[in-house]
Design a protein around this ligand. Structure first.
Ligand SMILES: *Cc1c(COP(=O)(O)O)cnc(C)c1O
Length: 326
């Protein structure tokens, strides 16, 4: 551990595992458990803490540069870690047009936490992992020479390794662990940490069917080969990244009405709602044998609302545009 290790932030680990009484599952003989990663840390919730931990230890106080869309949970978590642990952060944001606009609450939060924001056009953003493009981005960002670069969504080998512990925490507790998939880093680590006989279900929140290959590649980078027993169900992206449907929103509201106050639970809409909706559909289709214990991983909390806690008061701005992100 060094002075920049997020373990110093006293994360709540292992995260709580809470059984929920939901007749839509119990009538099929299924037990539903919520793995509350959203409670790990108020400013670095969910899988973002797990994915950043080893990276920040490796960065050891160097400035951290990373990438995200205008509503990126990963950017917010990185900015918060920089403020709390005292290292510089640079956020490369997709969408040059955002530069001239008032920041949305998520980016305002990043800026209030001291993150320097650099806006790049979508073409550049797409090619950001090509060495030439990355070099130009670093130049534009006036990044110092010793900058530590974390890829989009925080997913690299260290992030995947950091998520292994999530699987280990579930050994003996569940038969199936379900998680929403954005870049695949969390699923790659989770599956590796589970024990024999346990399976991980990934619910992609993007369409396109490319995430299975990403998970394979991330496991290769992190462990040198495939690990664990996992599968994807690609049906529940709800139209694609950062999109939602009225049905999905109604589903999430209903889930909160059933379980929210009892468990102090708010359903994050872009990932967690899609995963829970997928699980319920699979349960109703009879995909799980009676007696199966299912752990649904609550990977995050809803983004800060307009005017939510914000020392600089910048989050209170009205009229911010919900834009697609990533
Ligand atoms: C980032 C995020 C994910 C996706 O994690 P990946 O490792 O990128 O697949 C899932 N849920 C929430 C709430 C997130 O913020």
């Amino acid at each position: 551990m060094n002075a920049f290790d997020p373990a110093l932030l006293r994360p709540r680990l292992p995260s709580p595992l809470q059984p929920v009484e939901d007749e839509r599952f119990t009538r099929h003989g299924l037990t539903l458990l919520l793995k509350r990663d959203d409670l790990i840390h108020p400013d670095l919730p969910g899988n973002k803490w797990r994915k950043l931990a080893l990276n920040l230890r490796a960065a050891a106080g160097r400035p951290v540069l990373t990438f995200g869309g205008a509503y990126s949970n990963h950017l917010r978590a990185t900015a918060a870690a920089g403020r709390l642990l005292g290292f510089a952060t640079i956020g490369v944001v997709r969408g040059e047009e955002l530069a001239g606009r008032p920041p949305n609450p998520s980016l305002a939060r990043c800026a209030a936490d001291g993150m320097r924001l650099v806006f790049v056009d979508r073409g550049t953003y797409r090619r950001k992992h090509e060495p030439d493009t990355l070099a130009r981005i670093l130049e534009r960002a006036e990044a110092p020479g010793d900058v530590y670069v974390v890829p989009e969504g925080g997913s690299n080998a260290l992030a995947v390794q950091g998520c292994v512990e999530l699987g280990r925490e579930l050994v003996g507790e569940a038969d199936v662990a379900a998680v929403a998939v954005g870049t695949g880093g969390t699923l790659a680590g989770l599956a590796a940490g589970l024990g024999p006989g346990q399976r991980a279900l990934g619910v992609p929140v993007l369409k396109g069917g490319f995430l299975g290959a990403e998970v394979v590649a991330l496991q290769e980078a992190a462990f040198g080969g495939p690990r664990g027993d996992w599968w994807l169900d690609e049906r529940f992206h709800g139209g694609g990244y950062a999109r939602t449907t009225p049905e999905l929103d109604a589903f999430a509201q209903d889930f909160e009405a059933r379980h929210g106050s009892w468990h102090a639970l708010a359903i994050e809409r872009l990932y967690v709602a899609k995963m829970l909706h997928g699980l319920l559909t699979l349960a109703e289709e009879g995909a799980f044998a009676s007696g199966t214990r299912i752990a649904a991983i609550v990977t995050g909390a809803p983004e800060p609302r307009e005017g939510a806690r914000d020392a600089a008061g910048e989050g209170a701005r009205e009229g911010a545009q919900p834009a697609s992100s990533r």
